[in-house]
Structures are given as structure tokens and as C-alpha cells.
Design a protein around this ligand. Structure first.
Ligand code: FEO
Length: 167
């Protein structure tokens, strides 16, 4: 059984993951509008991954006898200045998610809630990867953004991403 505190934080994080899905879907839409289909694909897949993260937390909370309470998800931004802004915002957002996950781990640890700390270890590892990838993308988009042929190749590369449902 989880404490009320941990239950509230996990519910907040379910909403956070769902918001991330909306945020990345808005980024995908922006790239679609620019005809950068590969980058649009990348963020569409990322959006679906975030929904899987929310589902994981949803299932966990049910498994440990917590009550899932869904929140309203705020609207994501409707527009972006350019591709660099999107990649920088994606990185900043992942850093924020990492801090939120760390905070739940901290509270669960203080409460000797070993089930939750063990469950969240997957998310801690996932955030390391997500931040590393987002950071590499910021560096790459800086390299290619003013070079159409390089941007084309980057778009092709990210167009190959498929959703890993085995997570
Ligand atoms: Fe679910 Fe990108 O963190």
C-alpha cells in the first residue's frame, strides 16, 4: 500500500507524462507543417512513449492499492520559433521530468517505500537516456540547422525511429 503522499506524487507524474505526450505531439505537428517528416516522426514516437510511461505509473498505482486520479492536461504551446527552440525545449522538459522523478524517489525513500523506489529505478535509468539523447539532438540541430542537405539527412535519420513497445 502506498502512502497518500506517494500516491499524490505518482498521480501528478501520470499527468506530467500525459502532458509531455501532448507537448511532443505539438512539436511533431510543427515539424509536419514544415514538411520535416522525419523530425515529426521522432516526436510522434516520443509522444507515444510518454503515454506508455503514464500507463506504467497507472498500472503500478493500481497494483499497490493506490487510487488513480486523473487530472486535466494543460494545452501545449501552439507554436514554436524554429527547430532549435523545439529541441532545446524538449531537453529542458526532460530535465524537469527527471527532477520530478527524483523527488518521488526521495519521498518514497524517506517513507521506506521500497516497492516504489524499486519501481522508479526504471524511470531513473530512462531519464538518463532521454536527457542524453535530447542533449545530443540539441548539438546536432545546431550543426545542421543552416545547412539544408545536412538537415535533410538529420530528418532522414530521425525518421527511422519506431516505437519500442517492449519497454
Ligand atoms: Fe517520460 Fe520523457 O519522460
Amino acid at each position: 500500500m502506498v502512502s497518500k503522499n506517494v500516491e499524490t506524487l505518482i498521480n501528478k507524474q501520470i499527468a506530467g507524462e500525459q502532458y509531455a505526450a501532448q507537448y511532443y505531439l505539438a512539436m511533431s505537428a510543427w515539424f509536419e507543417a514544415q514538411d520535416l517528416e522525419g523530425l515529426a516522426n521522432y516526436f510522434r514516437v516520443q509522444s507515444k512513449e510518454e503515454l506508455m510511461h503514464a500507463d506504467k505509473m497507472f498500472d503500478y498505482l493500481n497494483d499497490v492499492g493506490g487510487k488513480v486520479i486523473l487530472e486535466a492536461i494543460p494545452a501545449p504551446p501552439g507554436d514554436f520559433a524554429d527547430a532549435l527552440e523545439i529541441f532545446e525545449k524538449a531537453l529542458a522538459h526532460e530535465k524537469e521530468v527527471t527532477q520530478n522523478i527524483f523527488n518521488i524517489v526521495k519521498v518514497a525513500t524517506e517513507e521506506n517505500d521500497f516497492a516504489t523506489t524499486s519501481f522508479l529505478q526504471w524511470f531513473v535509468n530512462e531519464q538518463v537516456e532521454e536527457e542524453a539523447t535530447a542533449s545530443q539532438h540539441v548539438s546536432k540541430i545546431k550543426m545542421v540547422k543552416d545547412n539544408p542537405s545536412a538537415l535533410y539527412l538529420f530528418d532522414q535519420e530521425l525518421g527511422k525511429r519506431v516505437l519500442n513497445t517492449a519497454q
